[in-house]
Every structure is written in C-alpha cells, then in structure tokens.
Design a protein around this ligand. Structure first.
Ligand SMILES: [Mn+2]
Length: 539
C-alpha cells in the first residue's frame, strides 16, 4: 500500500506525469489565489515526481504549518490558536482532557457545498480525478494504464485521497479524533457485496493511516438515511426489509468502529420519524425502533465486553450514544430532544445502554438552547458527548455552522465543569463551511475558530463554576432554604405527605393575616439581573 512505501513507478509515461503535475499545480494555485490577505505565507507546492507524490510530499493544505501553534490572543497570525493551549490547566485538568476534539469526516472533506438550490461550489484538491488515477496506478503496480482507471477503482482512489486529506487536516490541527458514517468514507458499489468490500477496504486504509499515531475515531455511525431504501425510515420503516438491511449495516459499522479503536458508537435517527401522522402507526414504529436499539446494544456490549455507561459506574468505556433532533429531514423525529429521547429510552428499558450525544444546532431547532440540553442531560446523568456547532438565529433549519461564540460554548460546558468531569466521549465538530467558502484554508480557519471558541468558553465556564465565585454564591444562596432545618422537617426522602403539609401549613399560618400575595414575608428576590451581569462579566 502506498501509505507504507514510496513508489516511483518508472514506467508511467512522461506525458501523463506532466498532465498530473499540471492538474495539481493548477488546483494548488487556485487555492492560494483565493486566500485572505492574512493567509499569504509562502508554501511549498508538493514536490512529487509528476505521477503520484510519495506520502511525505503530498499536501492538500500547503499554506498551513505542520502543527498549528498556540500564540495567544494578541497574535495576528491566522493559522494559530489564540485560546486553545492543550496543556493549559483549567479547572484542575489540561484543556485537552476537557475538550477531546474530533473532526467530522463528512463535513470536513466530503461536503462540496451543494444545497437544494445550487450545485457544488468546492473544488477540493483531494477530488482531483487525474491525481487519483495516478495514485491508483502507483498503488496497484506499474502495469496498470492510468487512462483506464475508472468506475469503482477511481471512486476508491478518490476515497483514499479524501481520507489522506482528513488525516493531514487532523495532524495540522493537533486533533486526534474523527467521526464517520459508514457510507461516507467508502463509495457505494454496483452490488451489495461491492459496497461492503469498499467499506472494509476503506476501514483497512484508515487503520493504516492511524498506525503509529494517536488518531482514532471518537465515534462511528451507520448512515441510515441516504439510500432510497430508507426513504420511510430504517428501524421505523413500514418495510421490514429496510429494518433488516439497516441492522446488518449497523453491525458492520460497529465492527469497523471497534476495529479502528473508536471510543463510542452513535445513533442519529436520520429518518426515524414520520411525515404523515394519519397513516403512521406510532406504536409499531416506536416499538420497532426500541427493538432495533436493543439488539444493537446487545451486540455492542458483547463485542466490547463492556456495558452500561448511563446510570452505571464511572469510567465505563465504549459508550453507545443517541443524538436527539426534532425534525429534518422528517417532519417529526422520534428523538425530538434530550427529554423526549430519555423518556423513550426509559420507556423501553434502554436507558442503561445509551448516553446522549447533544448537538447544539439540534437543541435550537427543538426550541431550546444548547446549554439547556447539556444541563438537562447532565442532570439526568445521561450526557455522553457533544456535537459542537451552532445554527443561525434567522434561519430555521440545521445550518451546522462552526460555533464561534465563546459565551454560548461556556454555558454549554458549564454543567461539565460544575461536575468536575469531562464528557465521557468528546467534542465533535459536526459543522461545515458555508457554501460560499471554497478554499481549503477556510476549513482550517473554521476548525481553529471552533477550537478557540470552546477553549475560551471552557475558561469562562471555569470562572463561573469556581467555588465561592459570584455565580455559585448566588446559586447557593437561592437554594439555601433547602439546606436548612425547614427543608429537613419536610422529610422529602421519607415521611412527607400532603396530609402532613396541610397540618403544618395550618400550624404555621392558621389564624394569621393572609400573606399569600403582596405581604408574604418569605418572598425573596431571584436576582436574575445581578446573575446576568455576573455571567456577562465572566465572559
Ligand atoms: Mn446538525
């Protein structure tokens, strides 16, 4: 395999080699031409031999330094972290422990900017077919003819280039986790078997790229929403054959995730919901969904020989995650939000198997804030991972933008910092470039900005959560009554009853002047404006 050797096939005709060099240099020149004024640092064009560059010479991000440095908030360098300093201790732990960042394969290297109104806008260098053909020839031996490389071979060669681009991006960002859907990393084949073989080959390839690095998946997942077979859902389809196909696909995706050393496996109910309620059997679909998840949990737990994160002991590895989203693409998704999903899991006895993967943009689609969802999941002991992104306040759909507002990040992270424990899984950038952003460097700025926003937000959250700090003092004072003799006398854990409450109320207030409205001596201020000022000051 090319990742291990450095072939320079002498038999590749010079004319083809020249074409490849031309194609590559044109694309890199285009990338440089469209950089912002701050991004004009000189960069080496890969010095390949005109055929397929040796791994050490290949670059898709030529302007970006090998390891983006932390230079502090005052730097003018754009390929630099202003706030993310992985070794800095915040709230008792290094930042890298609090913020186990992950790059999302599908958004980072597989998105080309198409939307329902327009064609793709991004001409990524890793999508260069000529270069992919040359590398396929280099991989498969000098006897192959480059011009004859097409079909599945070409699609696989392109998939490998995309994977290499992802790994270069991660290396330069200093991020060692990635997330993937099975169908995104490998092309669909002409047959069921070819599709599976493609996926296995790409998992092998990713394993080779991971070898010798600390890189591995934060989580893997099965993409159960793109194929026409899943048009009416996968686990909740009215067609049992879709259910069967999806279950087989989950097994394969779980095997791949474990083979790559992934930390967790995620379920996002892509089309698990309904479009038309009058013709939907809600009871059947929800029951089937539960049966699907139950079988998946049984398989995963046996495969990992670990189990039970949610509500169980600490440090259980390899969690299963489920990611709430209220709608889109369906009108109503069964995993609406944290509360709905937790209720569903508990209804079917699945809560001990699954933790929740909160996505910030999904939170706002559900009419919540990201902080509401992390706080609620945390309060339920069910917060497993975070999909770090944000939406647009004036846009009503899932825009999956990078979060750059550190205040929003701070409030989302506050429950974790209060608990003193990082997320069991991590922080995945489920975020993509705008359609108008077409430069490879934009991908780097996006991730750097997201990492800085979360780093700065983490520091803000640590200030807010500091014991004896203004916010925690306000919070403690609000609930002081529940730590005193009055609360103890209520005996909520034991003898409390409405009968006892009635007796006690009569004893305390019977025969007295009415204090129910304006003259209630016990009414205390919630001091919200003061608290808002405290939060604003910390940020
Ligand atoms: Mn989203």
């Amino acid at each position: 395999m090319r990742v291990r050797t450095s072939p320079a096939p002498a038999l590749v005709p010079l004319v083809l080699a020249g074409l490849v060099l031309f194609a590559r240099s044109e694309i890199f020149a285009l990338a440089r031409k469209t950089t912002t004024p701050d991004d004009t640092a000189a960069s080496p064009v890969s010095s390949d031999d005109g055929a397929c560059p040796a791994p050490a010479d290949e670059t898709f991000f030529p302007d970006v330094p090998d390891a983006i440095p932390f230079l502090g908030p005052d730097t003018r360098e754009r390929f630099a972290f202003r706030h993310y300093d992985p070794g800095e201790i915040v709230a008792g732990r290094p930042m890298r422990e609090w913020l186990r960042f992950s790059v999302a394969y599908w958004h980072a290297v597989a998105d080309r900017g198409a939307d329902p109104f327009g064609a793709p806008t991004k001409r990524w260098p890793w999508d260069d077919e000529e270069a992919a053909r040359a590398c396929h020839v280099a991989d498969s031996g000098a006897s192959a003819e480059k011009s004859a490389v097409g079909g599945n071979d070409l699609r696989m060669a392109l998939a490998k280039r995309r994977m290499r681009a992802l790994f270069e991006l991660m290396r330069k960002l200093g991020v060692d986790r990635w997330c993937f859907h099975d169908r995104d990393v490998a092309p669909i084949g002409a047959t069921f078997d070819e599709t599976n073989a493609n996926f296995e080959a790409m998992v092998d390839y990713a394993a080779e790229l991971q070898a010798g690095t600390s890189i591995r998946p934060l989580w893997g997942t099965a993409q159960l929403f793109k194929e026409p077979h899943y048009a009416q859902g996968a686990a909740t389809s009215p067609d049992p054959s879709a259910f069967l196909k999806a279950a087989a696909q989950v097994k394969r995706a779980m095997d791949a995730t474990l083979r790559l050393g992934g930390d967790a496996f995620n379920f996002w109910g892509g089309r698990e919901g309904y479009q038309h309620l009058p013709t939907t059997d809600l009871a059947l679909e929800r029951r089937n969904y539960a049966a699907f998840l139950e079988a998946a949990a049984r398989y995963w737990n046996a495969a990992t020989e670990k189990s039970l994160l949610y509500g169980g002991a600490e440090d259980k590895k390899k969690p299963l995650l489920i990611e709430p989203k209220p709608q889109e693409p369906t009108k109503h998704q069964y995993d609406w939000d944290v509360a709905t999903t937790a209720g569903f899991l508990r209804e079917f006895g699945l809560d001990r198997h699954f933790a929740l993967n909160v996505e910030c943009n999904h939170a706002t689609l559900a009419g919540h804030s990201c902080a509401h969802e992390t706080a609620l999941a945390s309060a339920m002991g069910a917060l497993g991972s975070l999909d770090a992104n944000t939406g647009d306040p004036q846009t009503g759909w899932d825009t999956d933008q990078f979060m750059t507002d550190h205040r929003e990040a701070a409030l989302a992270l506050l429950p974790l910092v209060r608990d003193g424990r990082p997320l069991a899984v991590g922080v995945n950038f489920d975020a993509k470039l705008r359609r108008e952003s077409t430069d490879v460097n934009d991908l780097v700025h996006a991730h750097v900005g997201g990492m800085d926003a979360f780093a700065r937000g983490l520091k803000t959250a640590a200030r807010l959560a500091a014991r004896g700090g203004a916010l925690e003092t306000l919070r403690e004072e609000r609930y002081a009554g529940w730590r005193g003799a009055e609360a103890e006398a209520l005996d909520l854990g034991g003898g409390f009853s409405l009968e006892r409450a009635a007796e006690e109320a009569a004893r305390r207030w019977g025969g007295r002047e009415n204090v129910g409205y304006f003259r209630d001596a016990t009414l205390r201020s919630g001091r919200q404006e003061l608290a808002e000022n405290v939060v604003a000051d910390a940020a």
